[in-house]
Design a protein around this ligand. Structure first.
Ligand SMILES: NC(=O)c1ccc[n+]([C@@H]2O[C@H](COP(=O)([O-])OP(=O)(O)OC[C@H]3O[C@@H](n4cnc5c(N)ncnc54)[C@H](O)[C@@H]3O)[C@@H](O)[C@H]2O)c1
Length: 255
């Protein structure tokens, strides 16, 4: 408890899956959280839950690929809670569609949401973070940075580009702001089940993935939230520019 006391955190895509898990754990650890998403009702539900448990939270609705949405997130953190110390650019989409079939719009949209929006948020929030004495940025990447997934060219490219971006920003923002990235494997969230829809039997396809993992289960939003908490907190005060694979061992050779 209280690992993030007196901190203000922005978590994009905080209405669902990992983002929600991260926002709820950060709030339980004392942070005031500002979450973003596109669904007002789900956003309010997450905020109400956090507040009912004694925490503090605010929701900003909007498309994260728009610069303006990122500016509103930063403004909300500063105006409602007095500043911002932690960023978790987490929102992402799969952008499913192979090179031969998918329209170019899928490529552009996926790069906008998964890569450009991450840069927008960091660029817009960094001055406020520096003003407040610094902090920690934890980007949510993917093992798709390291291996190809059929029919996901834009997803793999966007997640792949985040790792050198994080390394570079770790230099530019040091020593005041630490910048790291999580690279999750398959985690039990709505996004994973969306990708499984491509298979005739989604349940079976997802189970087969879990079976190939050395640790024999999918990740949970809580698994990822705990890793995000570590990197966001002072426990990781000597870690910057790092990519943490968190995948039940699948990149170790399990599948
Ligand atoms: N689930 C997995 O297996 C897995 C594995 C590795 C990495 N990831 C990554 O983790 C992150 C979170 O994914 P998740 O699995 O929790 O998915 P999810 O679909 O449950 O949540 C995604 C969140 O992003 C938000 N979002 C998406 N596009 C947006 C946009 N244009 N504007 C604003 N918000 C937007 C959604 O509203 C939602 O809150 C993503 O970046 C995803 O690529 C997921």
């Amino acid at each position: 408890m209280d690992k993030l006391k007196n901190k203000v955190a922005i978590v994009t895509g905080g209405t669902s899956g990992m983002g929600r898990g991260i926002a709820e754990l950060f709030a339980a650890e004392g942070a005031c959280v500002v979450i973003s998403g596109r669904d007002e009702a789900r956003g309010n539900e997450v905020v109400d839950g956090i507040v009912a448990r004694g925490g503090a939270a605010a929701f900003v609705a909007g498309d994260i690929a728009e610069v303006e949405t990122n500016q509103r997130l930063v403004d909300t953190a500063v105006q409602r809670f007095g500043g911002v110390q932690i960023l978790v650019p987490n929102a992402g989409i799969l952008g499913i569609g192979g090179v031969l079939e998918a329209p170019l719009e899928v490529w552009k949209r996926t790069i906008d949401v998964n890569l450009n929006a991450v840069y927008y948020l960091i660029k817009l929030a960094a001055p406020a973070m520096l003003k407040g004495g610094g902090g920690s940025i934890v980007v949510n990447g993917s093992i798709a940075a390291y291996k190809g997934f059929p029919n996901h060219p834009a997803y793999c490219a966007s997640k792949g580009a985040l790792i050198p971006l994080v390394r570079q920003l770790a230099l530019d923002l040091a020593p005041t702001i630490r910048v790291n990235i999580l690279c999750p494997g398959q985690v039990d969230t709505p996004l994973l089940w969306d990708s499984a829809k491509a298979f005739p039997d989604p349940e079976k396809a997802v189970q087969a993935v879990a079976d190939r993992m050395p640790l024999k289960r999918l990740g949970t939003p809580e698994d990822i939230a705990k890793a995000a908490l570590f990197l966001a907190s002072d426990d990781a005060s000597w870690i910057t520019g790092a990519a943490l694979t968190i995948d039940g061992g699948i990149m170790a050779g399990g599948g």
